[in-house]
Each structure stands twice: as structure tokens, then as C-alpha cells.
Ligand binder design. Structure first.
Ligand code: MLT
Length: 326
């Protein structure tokens, strides 16, 4: 019987709680953070930003594993089923941790019941982008074309339920236009095709849109932040130019599979608390178009409650906007 338990434990088929010895010298090997989108997108960029700084505090390597597909739900499922041993975590976000239960009828995980919130990351607003050679110079130009040509505007996104998908659907619904969504395995590939003029527009997060905007590869027409951003000079908010109060940001954070010891959660959260007190680190994030939060919002309990609230909020938004799995 002992051999069977040992074998099952090794196989991860059922994970025994961490021994007190294992908890004392945690982390004693590399940690994996699953990012459920392709490399090169905003979630991947945010994850590597945070992981690099947190690993310095932990004195341990954090490996980022990209597992793309289905708007992030494939990677989230893998994380939910991983051993709660403190060595595998999910980089979660608004799409697959809040909107997905209202879009996917048989989600193999529950964002609240199957995970423990570890700490929230900073947010990224989004920006409506068109290709550098696009004829659209403003949000109203794009909306005017959309009204005259229903369904003709192709918007690339990172998959059903991704923020780029949700925000484009909300925008179309509130602007009174019909768009055609084109899904990719992440916003990175979606942005590449926008730069290659394969699609007409996309909503990307500011941290990955900024360098391409500065480099003249894409044109920013409007921000989803409540106010203009210094990093995007002369770019209006969508709220001031087209749809009043059109405000949304992608939120992100770290989650552990349920059953992960609280001490592990606290170890990682304390490392993050030290990182956000490092002004050099936080100013670099702000310069990338990332919105820092009041420190109390990063905490595990606050983030767990926030995740539950967001699930309810997005269920109402999705119903109101008639967003579906296409
Ligand atoms: C999204 O929801 O659009 C994501 O942030 C995509 C990504 O990070 O690749």
C-alpha cells in the first residue's frame, strides 16, 4: 500500500499536503507560473515582469510556461489540476478567471473554488489600435465605417473570453456597429497580424501596445482608461470621444491550486510586497503603461473577494452586451 501511495504521490494523482519540513525550506526548487496565452502578449509580458522581481526576493527561479488556447481556459485548467505543492501557479486574468464561466458552458474549473488567490498584479488599460497604413484616423472614423458596412470590420483578439475579445464586443455593442472577431492564441500573434494589415483593428493592453505605437507600427485611436495617459500623448480616451464612461482594464494576478498551504501563499505575497516597495521597479512598470494599485488591493484575501465579485460583474456585462462564444 505504501508503494502505491508513494507512486500516486509522485505521479501527482493525489497530492499529500506539504510536510512541515518541506514548508520550512520552501521554495527549494524552481517554481512554474502557467501563462495561458502565447508568449509576447500582455499577460506574458506582465507575468515575466513580476516573476523576475519576485524571484529575486525568493532567491529561486520562476519559470514561465505558456499554455495557449480557448481564451486562456486551457492553461487555467492545467493549473487547476496541478499539485498544490507550491511549485505550480496560474497567472490569472479577467478573461478566464471572471468572464469565462459566463461564456463556456462546461468549464473544467471554478475560478473561485478551485484556486487560492496569492496576490493581484497591477492593471493594464487597453487601447484601440489600427494598422499604421489604416485609413481610420479616429474612433469616430472607425465607427462611421462600421455603421455603413456591418460586419466588415475585422477585430483580432486573443481568443473567446480574452479581454481583447470582450472589450471589442462591448465597444461594438455600445457604438452600435457589427464587427467580425478573429481569434488567436494570444494578443501577441493578434497584434502581429494587425501590424501586417491582415485585420482592421484590435484592443490591446497598453503594456504591449506602447512600444509598437511609439515605433509607428500601429496607430492608437483611443484609450479605455478613465483619463488620458502620459505614455500615449495626444491619444484621447474612448470615453471623451465616442462612448461616455467606456472604461475597462485587464486585471491579472497569481493563483495557486486549492489545497496549497497558506504559508506558501504568504511567502510569495511577502516577496511581492517587497517588490512593490521598490520605486525603481514600480516606476519602470508605470513607464510601460501599467497602472499600479493601492497596496492593499494586492493582498490575497482582497484578491480572492475581488475575483468572486468580478465573476458576477462580468456575467451581467456579457448578458447585457449579448457576448457569445464566437
Ligand atoms: C487578452 O485577454 O487580450 C490577453 O491579455 C491576451 C494576451 O495576454 O495574450
Amino acid at each position: 500500500m505504501k508503494n502505491l501511495i508513494a507512486a500516486l504521490t509522485i505521479a501527482g494523482a493525489f497530492a499529500l499536503p506539504m510536510s512541515s519540513q518541506a514548508q520550512d525550506d520552501y521554495p527549494n526548487r524552481a517554481i512554474t507560473w502557467i501563462v495561458p496565452f502565447a508568449a509576447g502578449g500582455p499577460t506574458d509580458a506582465m507575468a515575466r515582469n513580476v516573476a523576475n522581481r519576485v524571484s529575486q526576493e525568493l532567491g529561486q527561479t520562476i519559470l514561465v510556461e505558456n499554455v495557449g488556447g480557448a481564451g486562456g481556459t486551457i492553461g487555467a485548467t492545467k493549473a487547476a489540476k496541478s499539485a498544490p505543492d507550491g511549485y505550480t501557479f496560474l497567472v490569472g486574468h479577467i478573461g478566464y478567471m471572471a468572464a469565462a464561466p459566463s461564456l463556456y458552458s462546461s468549464l473544467p474549473y471554478d475560478p473561485v473554488k478551485d484556486f487560492k488567490a496569492v496576490f493581484r498584479f497591477p492593471d493594464t488599460p487597453l487601447v484601440l489600435l489600427v494598422g499604421a497604413s489604416s485609413p481610420y484616423q479616429s474612433v469616430s472614423d472607425l465607427v462611421a465605417y462600421g455603421k455603413q458596412h456591418p460586419g466588415k470590420l475585422n477585430f483580432s483578439n486573443a481568443g473567446v473570453g480574452s479581454t481583447s475579445h470582450l472589450v471589442a464586443a462591448m465597444f461594438a455593442s455600445q457604438a452600435g456597429i457589427e464587427i467580425t472577431p478573429i481569434a488567436y492564441k494570444g494578443a501577441g500573434p493578434a497584434l502581429n497580424d494587425l501590424m501586417g494589415n491582415q485585420v482592421d483593428a484590435m484592443f490591446d493592453q497598453t503594456n504591449t501596445a506602447l512600444p509598437q505605437t511609439k515605433g509607428g507600427k500601429v496607430r492608437a485611436l483611443g484609450l479605455t482608461s478613465p483619463d488620458r495617459m502620459a505614455q500615449f500623448p495626444d491619444v484621447p480616451t474612448i470615453g471623451e470621444k465616442a462612448i461616455p464612461k467606456f472604461e475597462v482594464a485587464t486585471w491579472f494576478g497569481l493563483y495557486a491550486p486549492k489545497g496549497t498551504p497558506d504559508q506558501v501563499v504568504q511567502t510569495l505575497y511577502q516577496a511581492w510586497q517587497k517588490a512593490v516597495q521598490d520605486k525603481d521597479f514600480t516606476s519602470k512598470m508605470s513607464d510601460q503603461g501599467i497602472k499600479l494599485l493601492p497596496p492593499e488591493q494586492y493582498a490575497p484575501a482582497a484578491f480572492q473577494q475581488f475575483t468572486a465579485n468580478e465573476g458576477k460583474r462580468w456575467a451581467a456585462v456579457i448578458k447585457q452586451a449579448g457576448i457569445t462564444l464566437q
